[in-house]
Design a protein around this ligand. Structure first.
Ligand code: 13P
Length: 253
């Protein structure tokens, strides 16, 4: 398992340069690409060996009459190893509760997927000084029973006010929240899982702000939206995290 991750969340978009061109340009341990469902197989088949695949969501039921839903098992069958759960767009636009996210997390683990669980406060919550309490509550809601058999769970701290706004959290804010997240993990999750859970940051990450966030944010990587649709920008993020091998650096120079 890599100890640092750079995850591309394409949301309901595809890279304008094309999937093949994008995958041909990115190759580094720790990179995970999350395309929309219909492209999972194509990305899994075309990705370099070092690059893993994630879905952006899964059903909160294992199988059955749930029109339009996609199960964790089906995602695994497509060659994905990860699944993003509880993204704020799922929570806020589609009304996913903490309980639903917990159910999905349990099913993902049962199906052999590594969950990437998103947490984060909205602007109002931050302004009222409730950021830590909100994130800690979202972590607590995942609870021990769901996590008892997990090999790895990744946590992505994504403040809602920073997503797609061009306004990233400062490295000082991220460092403070990363510490609070780790404390909450230690309080509410099985100890060993909590200790080694990678904590990522997401929200308007760009090649321009990544260096400072890597150096001072106290995080284990990034979950990236907009900047993950352009292989040049995405590669620059990988470089700022030192994920590129020396041979790739040679090629780039
Ligand atoms: P942006 O990088 O576009 O702000 O999106 C972040 C995000 O939601 C990743 O999951």
């Amino acid at each position: 398992m890599p100890n640092r991750y750079l995850i591309a969340n394409w949301k309901m978009n595809l890279p304008p340069e094309g999937i093949g061109a994008f995958l041909g340009a990115v190759n580094a341990d720790g990179i995970v690409v999350a395309p929309p469902f219909p492209y999972l197989r194509e990305v899994a088949a075309g990705a370099p060996k070092s690059v893993a695949v994630a879905a952006q969501n899964c059903a909160d039921q294992p199988a059955g009459a749930f029109t339009g839903e996609v199960s964790a098992r089906m995602i695994r069958d497509c060659g994905a190893r990860f699944v993003i759960l509880g993204h704020s767009e799922r929570r806020n636009i589609y009304g996913e509760s903490d309980a639903v996210v917990a159910k999905k997390t349990a099913l993902a683990i049962e199906s052999g997927l590594t969950p990437i669980v998103c947490i984060g406060e909205n602007l109002n919550e931050r302004e009222r000084g409730h950021a830590m309490a909100v994130c800690s509550g979202q972590i607590a809601a995942l609870g021990m029973p769901q996590l008892a058999n997990a090999g790895e769970v990744i946590v992505a701290y994504e403040p809602v006010w920073a997503i797609g706004t061009g306004r990233n959290a400062t490295s000082a804010m991220v460092a403070e929240m990363a510490r609070a997240v780790r404390d909450a993990l230690m309080r509410y999750w099985p100890a060993e899982l909590a200790q080694r859970a990678p904590v990522l940051y997401g929200g308007s990450v760009t090649p321009e702000n990544a260096g400072d966030l890597v150096a001072h944010g106290g995080i284990d990587g990034f979950l990236v939206g907009g900047a993950s649709l352009d292989s040049k920008k995405f590669l620059a993020l990988a470089e700022s995290m030192n994920l590129l091998s020396s041979s790739q650096n040679d090629v780039m120079i």
